[in-house]
Design a protein around this ligand. Sequence first.
Ligand code: ZN
Length: 138
Amino acid sequence: MDFFTKRKRSEVMSRIRGKGNRTTELAFLRLLKNAHVSGWKRHVKKISTTPDFIFTKRKVAVFLDGCFWHGCRICGNGRIPKTNRGFWLRKIRRNQSRDRRNTETLKKAGWVVLRFWEHSLEKRSDWMILKLQKILGS
Ligand SMILES: [Zn+2]
């Protein structure tokens, strides 16, 4: 039935969109607050890019990469819709090369760049906070 396929398709799309950047950022924000980490700002443009969080004093930029949009090899690929697969793959590849460029540009300007996968927030948030605290404390 067409109804079923339509519903199925919108399910796929909402699964992708539902795991959007906002959800990830809010989860990270909760993590920072729970661990009493301060000194951060959100969405401040630095050079050519806008990190999700920055710690100005230590020049640390944090990016939270959504597994789908940034092409996580652990869980991202499995979620690419079969329809228009080429389109999604091209889009994701463009995002990945932009990510690499932005990381390099920031590093050259003296920033420490931390990129966390969305799945780390779900499964390894303790490790994320430890890693961040280590860098901020050093
Ligand atoms: Zn992932």
